[in-house]
Design a protein around this ligand. Sequence first.
Ligand SMILES: *Cc1c(COP(=O)(O)O)cnc(C)c1O
Length: 392
Amino acid sequence: MNYKNPDKHGYYGEFGGAFIPEMLYPNVEELQSNYLEIIESESFQKEYQDLLKNYVGRATPLYFAKNLSEKYNTRIYLKREDLNHTGAHKINNAIGQVLLAKRLGKNRIIAETGAGQHGVATATACALLGLECIVYMGEIDIQRQAPNVARMKMLGAEVIPATSGSKTLKDAVNEALRDWINNPSTTHYVIGSVVGPHPFPDLVARFQSIISKEIKEQLLEQTGHENPDYVIACVGGGSNAAGAFYHFVEEENVQLIAAEAGGFGIDSGKSAATTFLGTLGVLHGSKSLVMQTSDGQVIEPHSISAGLDYPGIGPFHANLFTENRAEFFSITDEEALQSAFQLTKIEGVIPALESAHALAVLDKKTFEKDDIVVICLSGRGDKDMETYLKHL
Ligand SMILES: *Cc1c(COP(=O)(O)O)cnc(C)c1O
């Protein structure tokens, strides 16, 4: 099984593809025919890698967490994506896609955002590279995420409220798709995770794969082995996990662990644990596991962390799940909070609430003393301080 690359129609096993309205064909086909040639070209890679290094601040450290390792009696390394410019892994993808858009001759960027993190990353890349930026955001999310809305505006982006449906992320996606249909030749749609119609899942996974490329190099340097025993990452749509798994999926001895947002618990009706609760369906242009009613209505997810509050999962991960290539854990809001407080206290690192779900796996599974366990710390916790203070 080739887990890493989809087939030419964008399928990972039975998941993926491009389920889009006919009016989107020209945009998506333009991208499908050109993305690999552009992003694999030497001149693109030169510009992209230079920005990752000197602007984003890569390589991010692979930090041996001594205190955490003692506590769990194993060897734990944290991949510090929290130290990237703008505070998370999302900038790796946003810069890559905006560079790609420029090479496709586009001067206008649209994006959707839920919590605002992907909107901020995209607005940042557009400010840097001089493109117009429009971010669609649910009206309710605009109220809930005021600091990120302010950041986007200061960065020069226009934030347009999505006022239909539940006025949250999925409605913002619909607005962005409508915009793209109406502006096919000038506009590129920067999708923020490994979701959407082919080629987006592959495109985003390739931009995030820098995470596992660096882990391999850094582990070799620090331990003499380039492969760990385990890689653990949280999964919303799945982009940081796809990046952290990418160069290990074909290495049988590396065990992959994904942490989903269990919310109040899988059976509570307030959860976002898609592999436990989802069934085969089509969401936002690709076939995958989706939280839906028996007649196909998408169920509103719940998670304490805005970045994991998504009713689907990318096709790459749906395939890892059904093929048993990755082990999935559902982590409750409470378990994530406690893991965040613990990391802060014993390592002096305040993680994003999303990343805290990955850390919580340490309490769910026992590791051997000699195991090398790499945890992707996808982002920093500044944005979550209000939530942390409420529960401290
Ligand atoms: C957005 C976000 C996530 C979830 O998105 P993925 O595509 O699943 O990685 C995880 N962590 C942080 C810090 C985020 O901002």
